[in-house]
Design a protein around this ligand. Structure first.
Ligand code: ATP
Ligand code: MG
Length: 272
């Protein structure tokens, strides 16, 4: 898939740095991350940081290694080398579910929702799963007021209050995506990983998703992979450009838009 807008779009987007990347301790750091698939170096000594309150976008052409990087961070794939630290905790050797417990959450592109259950039950289950042992583990304890409150708050957060009684699998694509985000938020993440949240959406749903991600920055830092450049330039405090598994450059929208090598990659003039 190619970027859906030119690099010059979003030039007037407000600069929104909450923290100076040079002086502020990062919330999350990946250092020297390496992943090989046979002879292919899909992740080539990647360093990336996410600051508190930051939306950090990861862009790059097809096959650049963006999803691989997200899979390494979430623990779905084991890294061959490197280190991952979130809020002072070394995640490198932890299983995915342990990483979630330490504040790392990701969206699974709709695959994590229970399609035959209502939105409410999906949210109750997610709230219960992350509420600790105090609520037990035998079915949804929907009578539990604290869980109901959490489920409602999650629905409100993503704009699904009107759809609470709908069967999740019958929701339009955009609403299913929102539910997926809500399920990830149930873990109360410090860092939320979003891999192409606008994929397959029309312009109206994309706009709603941009608004949602913008609201989420008050609750969690976000690492966002997205091909929609308008969305990236609107949302991202910093952008890292991945090419052939390496970080080509990292900076704000103006830096990325003015970077000749990035232009070359996106205009396809780079030697292949
Ligand atoms: N499980 C795997 N086994 C072998 N090679 C893989 C595997 N996963 C990814 N690759 C390869 O690693 C490289 C990076 O792929 P990745 O899916 O991370 O790219 P991407 O930047 O997410 O691309 P896209 O924009 O198309 O989603 C590609 O060359 C891909 O073919
Ligand atoms: Mg990908």
């Amino acid at each position: 898939m190619s970027p859906s807008a030119s690099l010059s779009s979003g030039a007037n987007a407000p600069l929104r740095f909450l923290a100076d990347p040079l002086t502020h301790a990062p919330l999350f750091a990946a250092q020297g991350l390496v992943k090989r698939f046979g002879g292919l170096l899909a992740t080539d000594h990647v360093d990336i940081t996410v600051l508190p309150g930051e939306v950090h976008a990861l862009i790059g052409p097809n096959g650049a290694g963006k999803s691989t990087l997200v899979n390494l961070i979430s623990g779905l794939l084991p890294a061959d080398d490197g280190q991952l630290v979130l809020d002072g905790v070394d995640l490198t050797r932890l299983a995915p579910h342990q990483r979630v417990r330490y504040g790392l959450s990701r969206c699974f592109q709709v695959t994590s929702i229970f399609r035959g259950d209502t939105v409410r039950d999906n949210l109750l289950l997610a709230a219960q799963a992350h509420a600790g042992s105090s609520f037990g583990c035998l079915g949804v304890r929907s009578e539990e007021p604290a869980l109901r409150e959490t489920a409602l708050a999650l629905a409100e957060k993503v704009g699904l209050t009107d759809a609470l009684d709908r069967i999740a699998g019958t929701l339009p694509h955009g609403a299913q995506r929102k539910l997926d985000v809500a399920l990830a938020l149930a873990a109360r993440p410090k860092l939320l990983l979003l891999d192409e949240p606008m994929a397959g959406m029309g312009p109206e749903d994309s706009l709603r998703m941009v608004e949602l991600i913008d609201r989420l920055r008050a609750d969690t830092a976000i690492l966002l992979i997205e091909h929609d450049m308008d969305a990236v330039f609107q949302l991202a405090d910093r952008i890292s450009v991945l090419v052939y598994g390496r970080v080509l450059t990292c900076g704000n929208a103006a830096h990325i838009q003015g970077h000749p090598e990035v232009q070359a990659v996106y205009l396809g003039t780079e030697a292949t």
